[in-house]
Design a protein around this ligand. Structure first.
Ligand code: GLA
Length: 352
């Protein structure tokens, strides 16, 4: 464990290294539970950092577009920053306005990406782990109930980073947790990810309105630029004159994953042909938000002096569907007192 710098309010951030015997390694800080670096081998065995981010805590505190962090209490958007639960209407911060339409995004002004987590490193037979805990107070960011959250990162022997989420509450509340890593499998700082070949195990997606809020339908991807059931490069169809791509400036959509049975199952695979790096994403979640980094503007000075261009990284945010608290036909996200939320996502690396 090393220091990752001090926040403006004098809090010392810590950086933990989790690794296995192959040299696969993750560096994670207790501020926002952020994956700061993730080193995976290419076809020639060279390690490269495949996630976007900043060299120091200051970058994350100042201006991060959610690089690498834990997202909660409710990931993605809630229409108009409002939902009703058990007859009571809750009003949340409207901290985002795509298309000029205000909404709540990623848990609010100070979501789980901006809080300090209690960190407990451990090692087991697989490799290194880090258990992060946070208690979100009743009323925090407008949500009901005291919520105890635990997020466990584990580096395993097969070059995977496994993330186990758990949560318990003392009042019914919506909960939808994810991680917001931006990947570039050619290495952070490499040109846009348009040449990465993506496969998504999803026959349907949830189209959005101009404010990037799901319209409510779960629509087949067949014959659309959203059909990634066979591999397509991210860039192949991204600039087609399609209303959905226009609203988001590219991909920024939730895909409804096929065939879930409770165990982590393959949601996505991504191959970067030059390096040969292959990322497989497995999850127990019903959905994945595929975001092609359209809002990166080429303005952020990231790690190693790299300026990240538009679409310089992609996210695969495993989760329940966006705006679920307002969408009766989506899988429910309400956690009840006495119940425990369990969710697992695995980011596994290999080469081709
Ligand atoms: C998610 C959203 C995007 C964007 C990013 C963060 O992926 O769906 O619209 O807000 O987070 O910039």
């Amino acid at each position: 464990m090393t220091s990752f710098g001090q926040s403006p309010d004098g809090h010392e951030a810590r950086l933990y290294t989790l690794e296995n015997s192959n040299g696969f390694r993750a560096e994670i800080t207790d501020y926002g539970g952020i994956i700061v670096r993730l080193f995976a081998r290419d076809r020639k065995g060279r390690l490269g950092d495949v996630v976007l981010g900043f060299d120091t805590l200051a970058g994350y505190v100042a201006q991060s577009p959610y690089f690498g962090c834990i997202i909660g209490r409710v990931g993605n958007r809630i229409a108009n920053g409002q939902f009703t639960l058990n007859g009571q209407t809750y009003t949340l911060a409207k901290n985002n306005r795509p298309g000029g339409i205000p909404c709540h995004l990623h848990g609010g002004m100070r979501g789980f990406d901006k809080v300090w987590w209690d960190a407990e490193p451990f090692t087991n037979a697989d490799g290194g782990g880090l258990r992060l805990r946070y208690q979100s107070k009743d009323g925090e960011e407008g949500y009901p109930g005291n919520l105890d959250v635990s997020v466990t990162y584990l580096v395993t022997g097969d070059d995977a980073l496994r993330i186990d989420y758990e949560a318990q509450t003392d009042r019914a509340t919506p909960v939808n947790l994810t991680n917001h890593s931006y990947f570039n499998l050619a290495g952070e700082g490499a040109p846009p990810v348009l040449g990465h070949a993506l496969t998504l195990n999803a026959s349907a997606y949830t189209p959005v309105n101009a404010g990037l809020i799901p319209r409510g339908e779960i629509t087949p991807v067949e014959n659309t630029p959203f059909d990634f059931r066979a591999p397509h490069t991210i860039g192949d169809r991204i600039d087609r004159p399609h209303e959905q791509l226009r609203f988001a400036g590219g991909y920024d959509h939730n895909f409804a994953l096929d065939a879930r049975d409770g165990a982590p199952a393959i949601a996505a695979t991504v191959l970067e042909p030059q390096s040969g790096r292959l990322l497989e994403v497995l999850t127990t979640e019903p959905g994945v938000q595929f975001y092609s980094g359209n809002f990166l503007t080429g303005m952020l000075a990231g790690k190693n002096g790299h300026v990240y261009p538009r679409r310089g990284g992609f996210c695969l945010e495993t989760q329940h569907f966006p705006d679920s608290p307002n969408q009766p036909d989506f899988p429910p996200v309400i956690l009840q007192p006495g119940a425990t939320l369990h969710s697992t996502t695995v980011y596994r690396f290999s080469t081709r």
